[in-house]
Design a protein around this ligand. Structure first.
Ligand SMILES: NC(=O)c1ccc[n+]([C@@H]2O[C@H](COP(=O)([O-])OP(=O)(O)OC[C@H]3O[C@@H](n4cnc5c(N)ncnc54)[C@H](O)[C@@H]3O)[C@@H](O)[C@H]2O)c1
Ligand SMILES: O=P(O)(O)OC[C@@H](O)[C@@H](O)[C@H](O)[C@H](O)CO
Length: 510
């Protein structure tokens, strides 16, 4: 079977919008990152605008880490890939595939720094967009060499902006719009803060710091679309349906929302709304809070608990009676702790549940469960504390999900990627930060060697300030409750623990 490239696109696509599509559009976007999400969301949006003759710009994708595997393979496909959107919208089935020609080329900055700097010199450039995961927007002390790429993402942004500043002799008109899409609070503000800190580390001139402040705009954003990425289990079906192979089939849901905290000016530069895309301008805090708590929160809750109970995907969880009840209860506990109107919370939760019930998306719990401890900390811990404050009760479903995370990271052994766990006689790979993996592996080892009890194991993990920035043992009854769930999961399995927890605490639900 043929592989996707320009020839395949030109020969097979009958859609006249493609024929009109200009493949030599000016490179208006420098994109740091080339992952599933950027391809299935931002680049897809740029293509939607271009098809309508609105944005008229293309994307130069820059590899954010030294060991990227995406760009060399994408180059073999002439930078093309297919976005497959599947789901139910307004009660109707959506199942559409589209080749996205928004990326004009990709650059490995570690090998082609000169070329990366050339992009920063371009008159055509207007925007920097990124998604480097939550780990990307992090300060790292590193040296400045004008002839080689910094290692970190903020380091690259600093070096590229400094080069642009020098090239245009500090012209304010050369400033850029910077839209980071990493899912952290105040992503634009944090990136700007780190860039300024790095500029000071590197002793860059004060004129640059002024230009950074006055000529450039860093926007806080919130992005929302479930992009499950490459369809591991049915890629061959898509290939035979479409008549070509694509190493970057990118599957996602039709739903999308891009919230950008910015003034009218950015609407003109990046006219998403004119193309009929779902975008909100202005204060994003409310959307962020609802989304991170009521979408990412339940995802994190179900990942380890669902996986240990035998489910592989979000849909498996939603279709299983007790897991579904556990998730429903999770929505209630999270909603209880959120400061929004009841109707608004209910409507949002209902919409999210429908998205989780998308019959087409295979959203793997193990992918969602990556960095589960860190995600629990940012997405569920604030909810847990607020729930206790408000109700003076313990949110048992959220606490059970924490216990499940600890058991999920129980090692049979370690490898170079982290802890390897075991479910139903089969090993699985976990991914967490080195710190979390080490702490959990050490504590579990002490338990396995019978040096400590389950309570002492839980006490040691919850008390680790390097992980939590606080001692979670100080939350009344938390250590005891988590310990009791961990013990039950180990002795009678996840499914039975869930069932008993629901029966005991929420008899009206079961
Ligand atoms: N997939 C989704 O449904 C979705 C939806 C909304 C938001 N997001 C956000 O997007 C992020 C990426 O998701 P994805 O599905 O594209 O994953 P992905 O694995 O396909 O891409 C991750 C990208 O981040 C880069 N990266 C990883 N660690 C980095 C670091 N320390 N410094 C710089 N770059 C680093 C990788 O090189 C890669 O380009 C997630 O962390 C999530 O916060 C994802
Ligand atoms: O992408 P992560 O790993 O930060 O979180 C997993 C999911 O919760 C997340 O990808 C959602 O699907 C997404 O945030 C929806 O917009």
């Amino acid at each position: 079977m043929v592989k996707l490239d320009r020839t395949v696109l030109e020969e097979s696509v009958t859609d006249t919008t493609y024929r009109k599509y200009d493949s030599n559009l000016p490179e208006k976007v420098l994109q740091i990152g080339e992952g599933n999400f950027l391809r299935g969301f931002v680049d897809w949006m740029i293509h939607q605008m271009n098809k309508q003759g609105i944005f008229k710009g293309s994307v130069v994708a820059v590899q954010p880490t030294p060991h990227g595997r995406v760009l060399p393979k994408l180059k073999e496909q002439d930078w093309l890939y297919t976005v497959i959107l599947r789901g139910i919208t307004d009660g109707k089935k959506v199942d559409e595939a589209e080749v996205i020609p928004a990326i004009s080329r990709g650059i490995n900055p570690y090998e082609e720094w000169e070329q990366t700097l050339k992009v920063a010199e371009s008159d055509e450039l207007e925007l920097i967009i990124s998604n480097t995961t939550e780990a990307g927007i992090t300060y790292m002390q590193e040296p400045y060499h004008s002839d080689s790429s910094p290692l970190s993402f903020p380091g690259k942004v600093t070096a590229l902006l400094y080069h642009r500043y020098k090239h245009f002799s500090g012209d304010v008109k050369a400033g850029l719009h910077i839209l980071p899409c990493e899912l952290i609070e105040e992503n634009g503000g944090k990136l700007k803060y780190i860039v300024k800190r790095i500029a000071r580390d590197w002793n860059l001139p004060s004129g640059f710091l002024r230009w950074l402040e006055t000529a450039n705009r860093f926007y806080d954003t919130l992005v929302d679309r479930i992009v499950t990425g490459y369809p591991k289990s049915n890629a061959a079906d898509f290939a035979s349906r479409l008549g070509y192979e694509d190493a970057f089939f990118t599957v996602g849901e039709p739903y999308h929302l891009f919230c950008i905290d910015g003034p009218a000016e950015i609407k003109q530069v990046f006219p998403l709304d004119q193309a009929g895309l779902r975008v909100k301008w202005g204060d994003i805090e409310q959307y962020r809070e609802l989304k991170v708590r009521l979408l990412n929160g339940p995802h994190t809750m179900m990942a380890s608990a669902g996986y240990l109970a035998g489910a592989d995907t979000v849909l498996d969880v939603m279709k299983d009676k007790s897991l579904r009840l556990f998730v429903e209860r999770g929505f209630e506990e999270i909603g209880e702790a959120l400061p929004f109107g009841d109707q608004e919370k209910r409507d949002y939760a209902e919409e999210v549940k429908q998205r989780f019930l998308n019959p087409y998306n295979q959203h793997y719990l193990q992918d969602i469960g990556m960095n589960a401890v860190n995600k629990f900390k940012s997405r569920l811990l604030p909810t847990l504390s607020r729930y206790i404050e408000k109700t003076e009760l313990l949110p048992n479903s959220i606490i059970l999900s924490l216990a499940a995370i600890l058991v999920y990271f129980r090692p049979v052994h370690m490898n170079e990627h982290g802890i390897v766990g075991r479910r139903n006689g089969k090993n699985y790979q976990t991914r967490e930060s080195e710190l979390v993996s080490k702490v959990l592996a050490n504590c579990w080892e002490e338990y396995e060697q019978e040096k400590i009890s389950i309570e002492e194991f839980v006490f040691a993990v919850l008390g680790n300030r390097a992980i939590w920035d606080e001692d979670l043992n100080e939350i009344e009854q938390l250590t005891q409750t988590v310990s009791s769930y961990v013990r039950q999961i180990i002795s009678m399995g996840m499914k039975e623990t869930l069932t008993q927890m629901l029966q005991k605490n929420y008899s009206s639900l079961t």
